[in-house]
Design a protein around this ligand. Structure first.
Ligand code: NAD
Length: 482
């Protein structure tokens, strides 16, 4: 394979047939091109779906032992490649290299975790009302699944989808973000080297409007797992609704951290800063609203401001606290929202500009706005950058009301010493992930992951046991012996 062959169809590495060129720039030094290749065409995406459809049956009939062994092998190979993969990730996406290393390590962990399901998860036997009939359930693979992913966790997100799809016996068409194609290519090379049969995993890299559209709407596709923006996720779900296939959409967030007067303010400030500025705010679970009780607002705001100002910002390869935005578009969005918040009357506490000496990359200072109210765009819209909106409230009920006053419902956290209050928060807050005295970001792979409202198709969670359920059909079998 050459450096321009980003398409993997039916066991062959190929160039894209498009006459365009996709180029990826280092977000810390945009004059440097880190990848350049012709993207796939719609016809190649169709071919990839056909290859998966041809491979699905025999892959679905492999033994759990074979699938388990393959996933463990993939995990070992991901770990062997950890340094190189982490560096590629940082050069494409920009995150600090220690975060990239952690992400690659997590990908290996995800393959091992899902491998453990190969031999342990099955259907159930159910007491039968008829003594002549044995009643039980089985789980069968869906067949061909399309995996469509964003750029912000470009190794971990595909890994949790790929591992779950493969362990349950599905063939895959993987369509990654064009911002982070090289890590996707490397991940698929690793799966190939680990022994995935031809056609079982196919990779097509190209525009969402053609390649993404084809892999999601092609009638040979039996299930879709999508992570990305709410606009695209809802579009995909609507486009295939009539077919009734399982569709999982993990989308945007506007995640609140609530701080009550009895909270440990130092811990709350640490969490807010890590949740808002870790990964440059480019996590779907990033903290973007800090909802604080007026009695402790001054103390918390000054602690958050001081911490934000002390963060180091720089190229991901230097391993700073915060790297650049992923792309010129996201960079523009970040600065646009600084203007929007200012124009709406919010007060800029800190940040809002390009850090000194970093004028050439997509860098922005960690930014905190105070005096934000729920009607402002900065309190409602996902920025996907390191911009934190602080909102003051006068009581618990108001805090929950404000927390819920958005379209999204992915992650939410509360800081309090009162465990009764924290349980009430967990019950009342409209979010799929709830943290008590913890940051809105981060999750454990054995826990189900997903949101509510405009953040997710709620009934289809990822990770944990739910992953196994999503990628399989459940059949109820009635066996009456002759
Ligand atoms: P995006 O929606 O622009 O793209 C996601 C993927 O969808 C890409 O591979 C893209 O090419 C593809 N796509 C675009 N149009 C398509 C179409 N018409 N049909 C099929 N596929 C299409 O998102 P992004 O900018 O890559 O990622 C950022 C977004 O992802 C943010 O909104 C963030 O909140 C969200 N996100 C959510 C989660 C979660 O688990 N909830 C996790 C990470 C990121």
């Amino acid at each position: 394979m050459t450096d321009t062959q980003y398409q993997y169809i039916d066991g062959d590495w190929r160039d894209g047939d498009s006459t365009d060129e996709t180029t990826v720039h280092d977000p810390a030094a945009p004059e440097e091109v880190v990848a350049a290749f012709p993207p796939a065409t719609r016809a190649q995406a169709t071919e990839a779906v056909s290859a998966a459809a041809s491979a699905a049956e025999s892959w679905g009939e492999t033994t759990p032992d074979e699938r388990e062994a393959l996933l463990y092998e993939a995990a070992d190979r991901i770990e062997e490649d950890l340094d190189a993969l982490a560096e590629t990730l940082t050069r494409e996406e920009g995150k600090p290299v220690s975060s990239s290393r952690a992400e690659v390590g997590r990908a290996a962990e995800l393959f091992r975790f899902m491998a453990s399901y190969a031999r342990t998860t099955t259907g159930e036997t159910v007491p039968s009302s008829d003594p002549e009939t044995f009643t039980y359930t089985v789980r069968e693979p869906l067949g061909v699944v399309a995996l469509v992913t964003p750029w912000n966790f470009p190794v971990a997100t595909p890994s949790w989808k790929l591992a779950a799809a493969l362990v349950t016996g599905n063939a895959v068409v993987f369509k990654p973000s064009s911002e982070t194609p090289t890590v996707a290519k490397r991940l698929v090379e690793i799966l190939d080297d680990a022994g995935v049969p031809d056609g079982v995993v196919n990779l097509v890299v190209g525009p969402g409007s053609t390649v993404g559209d084809e892999v999601t709407t092609n009638e040979a596709v039996d299930g879709i797992s999508f992570t990305g923006s709410t606009t695209v996720g809802q579009h995909i779900a609507e486009a295939v609704a009539a077919r009734g296939i399982p569709v999982q959409t993990e989308m945007g967030g506007k995640n609140p951290q609530v701080v009550l007067p009895d909270a440990d303010i130092e811990d709350a400030a640490d969490a807010a800063v890590s949740g808002a500025f870790g990964l440059t705010g480019q996590a779907c679970t990033a903290t973007s609203r800090l909802i604080v009780h007026e009695d402790v607002a001054d103390e918390l705001v000054s602690a958050v401001g001081a911490r934000a100002e002390s963060l180091s910002v720089g190229p991901g390869m230097d391993d700073p606290d915060m790297g650049p935005a992923v792309s010129a578009d996201q960079d523009e969005t970040n600065f646009e929202y600084v203007d929007v918040a200012r124009d709406e009357g919010a007060t800029l506490l800190t940040g809002g500009g390009r850090p000194e000496g970093l004028e050439s990359g997509y860098f922005i200072e960690p930014t905190v706005f105070t005096d934000v109210d729920s009607g402002m765009r900065i309190a409602q819209e996902e920025v996907f950058g390191p911009v934190l909106a602080v909102m003051e409230v006068s009581g618990f009920e108001e805090a929950v009301r404000v927390a819920n006053d958005v379209d999204f419902g992915l992650s939410a956290s509360v800081f309090t010493a009162d465990m009764t209050r924290s349980r009430a928060f967990a019950r009342q807050v409209e979010a799929g992930v709830v943290k008590i005295n913890g940051t809105t970001t981060g999750s454990q792979i054995q826990m189900p992951f997903g949101g509510m409202k405009a953040s997710s198709s709620e009934t289809k969670k990822e990770m944990g046991q739910r992953a196994y359920e999503f990628y399989t059909h459940e059949k109820a079998v009635y066996r009456t012996d002759p």
